[in-house]
Design a protein around this ligand. Structure first.
Ligand SMILES: [Ca+2]
Ligand SMILES: [Ca+2]
Ligand SMILES: [Ca+2]
Length: 559
């Protein structure tokens, strides 16, 4: 309601000056802009089939192959990293790449080879085109590149254009073949800016919650919340990739009185983080090759059919293939999705691209979530990072591990060998401690550990959610033991730990700036005392001076 009122106000001359202030600032909304290869892993289609001796691989409904965006740029021999075309005479080949959404693109290139001793030659000409929508005409990007100098022995080269910045989702690489010779391509690329996503991030405060179960692995939110004496705002639950469907298995979490709506109405459901793990012995390479393509399509489609979850439309924090840097996820263990950097990155991108193609990606949060401690220096987490365009939130598992096994050292890479500077490396992303707990059997100072856990979001403000690992009748559960239980309750009682999924919002109209428009929403609900009120930043079901004081800290600031 307040949005439309506010908009009208800007139409009045008196408010024009305010309007200028609002619209002259960047609406970046906390997003960091980074630069990178936008095309890596993305789907593409070709206008002619490759020669049967030099085929592409891993085609599906959205792509004619995978080799041209798989990070392999080709070597002299063997030739299987290259895709080859051949025909008598001269023909044209179009490769159309779909970036999935519109980006600012400023460099295009394609990798070709020449080896006349084997009848392989460079394309006679390469021309790049872009467009941001299929309804638009293709726009030439730079001029055609021709007259590449052939080589008798193996030579590979990038054919590249940097012809300014354009907005593009689709890229066309148009090649005219050499005459009656093989034309080989190993990779296509498009470089540009990545506006890092900023999905469902509380402006103020930090979500908290747990994986809450008993030892029979039934969800037991009630037991956890009675123990900690506060309502939680997010819950971790596990799903088996390939086996657990969304409609019935995850959907039931919003429908069961013991699930996400425990003691609440449906509109106030807790947020859901899904630990989404591949089945036994399914490797990263299997997933990269399309093993779960059909499952992903169905899962993602069902996930935004809100009838499956009583109308709840919150995003789901999807945390696929987590702890890929932990030794227990490496083959030959049954958990087998880790241990293979390149194929892990490919598998992640394939899954994400399917969500993008079916229109689901904007509605969920993709959490790339390594273990806080890495069991081999060959497997540091950054090796598994699929790229900024593929990750919404960063996740970390934090348990007492390593030389200095406290939360802050694990977060910042000062815990000795096996630790990694997560915050220094990825602190431009919102962060969820996707699971973690002090363990009674760790033999370290539990008071210090739990205090550091609760200090994290204050000291590292991009930390926006903490999820405790709680199995209530497990012997290692520190929350059944004093003094840890009392300390946990006392720290969690701080209002910064949000009890509602809708709390923490200061920038009420989500335009990236806090001003009168947002204030109008807060003031309009002043004194109200029902749940889910706009302006109830603290989420305690009333809009009062507490909320106004927090609001004032953000006044006229960019978020
Ligand atoms: Ca390649
Ligand atoms: Ca605003
Ligand atoms: Ca409040």
């Amino acid at each position: 309601m307040f949005l439309s009122t506010c908009f009208k106000k800007f139409l009045q001359p008196r408010a024009l000056f305010l309007g200028l202030i609002v619209f002259s600032v960047s609406a970046a909304h906390g997003r960091a802009v980074t630069y990178g290869n936008l095309s890596v892993g993305k789907f593409y289609n070709v206008s002619r089939a490759p020669h049967s001796s030099y085929p592409d691989r891993w085609a599906n409904d959205w792509c004619s192959g995978a080799k041209l965006t798989d990070e392999d740029t080709g070597i002299a021999w063997p030739l299987d990293q290259w895709v080859g075309w051949y025909d008598e005479g001269v023909y044209s080949l179009d490769i159309i790449l779909d970036l999935g959404k519109v980006y600012e693109v400023d460099k295009l290139r394609i990798r070709l080879s020449s080896r006349q001793q084997y009848g392989i030659e460079f394309a006679d000409s390469v021309q790049f085109y872009t467009r941001s929508d299929t309804s638009e005409q293709w726009q030439a990007y730079g001029s055609a590149v021709t007259n590449l100098e052939e080589s008798y022995s193996y030579q590979a080269q990038w054919v590249e254009q940097q012809a300014g910045t354009v907005n593009a989702r689709y890229i066309k690489y148009e090649l005219i073949s050499p005459e009656s010779a093989h034309m080989f391509i190993s990779e296509i690329e498009a470089w540009g800016n990545i506006a890092n996503s900023w999905k469902h991030v509380p402006d103020w405060g930090c979500y908290h919650g747990a994986y809450a179960s008993n030892t029979n692995y039934w969800m037991s939110l009630g037991t956890f919340e009675n123990q900690i004496q506060k309502q939680s705002s997010i819950t971790l639950w596990y799903a088996s990739m390939g086996a657990s469907n969304f409609k019935d298995y995850l959907g039931s979490l919003w429908k069961s009185q013991y699930g996400l709506t425990y003691n609440l109405d449906y509109s106030g459901a807790r947020l859901l983080e899904v630990g989404w793990e591949p089945q036994a012995n399914i490797t990263a390479e299997d997933i990269a090759g399309g093993y779960y393509d059909q499952y992903f399509e169905t899962f993602f489609t069902e996930s935004i059919d809100y009838a499956n979850r009583n109308g709840n439309t919150d995003p789901v924090w999807l945390r696929p293939m987590s702890e890929m840097n932990g030794g227990w996820t490496f083959p030959p263990n049954a958990a087998a999705w880790g241990g293979d950097h390149l194929n892990f990155r490919r598998a992640w991108r394939r899954m994400f691209n399917i969500a993008e193609q079916v229109g689901t990606e904007p509605h969920h949060i993709f959490v790339w979530s390594p273990n806080g401690y890495t069991y081999s220096s060959l497997h540091m987490p950054d090796n598994y990072y699929p790229g900024d365009q593929y990750v919404d939130w960063l996740g970390i598992s934090i348990y007492p591990q390593g030389e200095s096994p406290y939360p802050e050292d694990i977060l910042t890479g000062t815990a000795g060998p096996g630790s990694f500077d997560f915050y220094g490396t990825y602190g431009y992303k919102p962060i969820i401690i996707s699971e973690g707990a002090y363990r009674l059997d760790s033999g370290i100072d539990g008071i210090e550990w739990i205090n550091q856990w609760f200090d994290l979001p204050y000291n590292y403000p991009m930390i926006k959610a903490l999820v405790w690992f709680y199995i209530h009748d497990s012997e290692t559960n520190s929350l059944v033991t004093e003094p840890y239980m009392s300390l946990y309750r006392r720290r969690l009682a701080e209002p910064y730990y949000l009890t509602q999924s809708v709390a923490g919002v200061v920038d009420l109209d989500r335009d990236g700036f806090v001003n009168l428009c947002d204030y109008e929403g807060l003031a309009g609900n002043w004194g109200g005392n029902i749940s889910n009120l706009a302006g109830d930043i603290t989420g305690n079901n009333t809009v009062n001076i507490e909320d106004l004081l927090i609001f004032s800290e953000y006044w006229l600031k960019n978020l």
